[in-house]
Ligand binder design. Sequence first.
Ligand code: GCU
Length: 580
Amino acid sequence: MPLDGDWASIVDPYFNGLFSFHHEVKANGWFLNRKAKPDDTFPTEYDFSKAPVLKVPADWNTQRESLLYYEGPVWYQRDFTYQPREHTRIFLHIGAANYRSWFWVNGQKICEHEGGYTSFNCEVTSAIHAGNNFVVAAVDNARHEEDVPTLQTDWWNYGGLTRSVSLIEVPEAFIDQYDVHLSRKESNVIEGWVHVEGGKAGDKVLIEIPELRSAGSGVLEADGRAQVSLVASKLERWTPQSPKLYTVKISAGADSIEDLIGFRTIETRGTKILLNGQPIFLRGVAIHAEAPYRLGRANTDKDAEILLGWAKELGCNFVRLAHYPHDETMLRAADRKGLLVWSEIPVYWALQFDNSKVLAKAQQQLDEEIGTSRNHAAIILWSMANETPNTEARTRFITTLAERARTLDPTRLITAALLVRAEGQTKIIDDPLGTALDVIGFNEYIGWYEQQPNGADTTQWRIEYQKPLIVSEFGGGAKAGLHGGNNERWTEEYQAAIYSHQFEMLNRIPQLRGMSPWVLMDFRSPNRPLEGIQDGFNRKGLISDQGQKKKAFFVLQKAYLENSVGTPESIPQGRSQAKK
Ligand code: GCU
């Protein structure tokens, strides 16, 4: 039962609603009651019935001008009626709440959560009752050094219940997790596991793919998990060209689930990336979850259709979803459209890498990301981090995350976006973190943060790893509609020149296996004040936030459609490689 829509809201900058004047959590806080009690000795000042509304799912920053820059606590409340059924459990599912959040149902504290870009579930079975109910949430997007991400980001800190909220009712024993994928070893074997919360050892699990007339089963172990496998003889593999999805039915006791899943394998061999055993070059673009045209957090099917539609128009077979896990709508659209995905947790720039509490937060976000998104064929890369400083504490921190990701999901590749260093005109990729990665991402801004666009022509590269490389960021800013010479910054011509020179240079890196230029669309950022040009937006988009395609869009599109970027051996045989 969706709980999306209008929620009453109270902006509470000093969090006075939760904390007393001596900063203790208020025991019998007002928020436990839907309405002020008439006989309250002191007339309460926090009364949802008199409060304005905020839409959910959405950030609050783009809903009211007064909240554009607001960072702090906001209270949400809404009523709902419900008829709980016997032998069921009920959960409040939150798609995402940025950054810290607390939840009460009918005055009972349900849960609290930290992390703004992953979904979580809170059990409300004991708090909910037949008839009228109400839920109260407090969401605080204030930034702290010990957070993930930390104080500085180059994207807007959109706060609120930014993704769908709903009530989910399931049988007492229910399927809470499953992993279904194509075996890397045996070509037509689909394998995986199913976990049944409340399931008993010996209980049976069934998995079926009706279209393939194929079925398999498994038996729960003491930990509630059953290994499953089935043979799918006439399986059509998922590829960017034909993103075939199958309806998969999983049932256990009184519970059953249907999901649309594609089957493909992804692995590396030496410096190659192999999709279904074939070398592939990842023609990509980086994307922020900024909603095109309307701005704010992207969270609808329409947002995903527009953003990924532009990526397809560019000739992409790959997208880097930066710098945090994106909405389920985006991942489902990528599955449907045949776009391979780089998914990332916001271990961004300089976290407190020597703080074990911070590591625990990053691990929780990784668990939540993989836990919810593991069955998307589109996702091929789990990225652990972006542009982190080369320190021992950092390398230890992220290596721990990489090992955890491999344990959670041995079927995908682990990567991160590294910084590169330079000796003169030679760029060097030798960050020790590379050891922990399957695929190495690197960011460089030749032609923008350093040198002119033609600086790429004389740049050499020294790569200290025999692993596949992805240039996860390059590019430059341009104001859509601003024209001038190739050497005039902020013009479309200058941005286009950066791209042309980059292609020449990148094609000289033998083990380059992909690219995701920064960035598909201009996005709001707190670090971009240049009046008349940036006006609060990072303008490195190939498309403006209002859909205007810049010259560089067509430069990249031409290169992708002609396959003139990417090294011969990573371009499928028989596809002619256009003259350099
Ligand atoms: C960085 C960073 C991005 C940022 C970009 C830029 O490399 O990873 O988040 O937006 O560069 O400076 O535009």
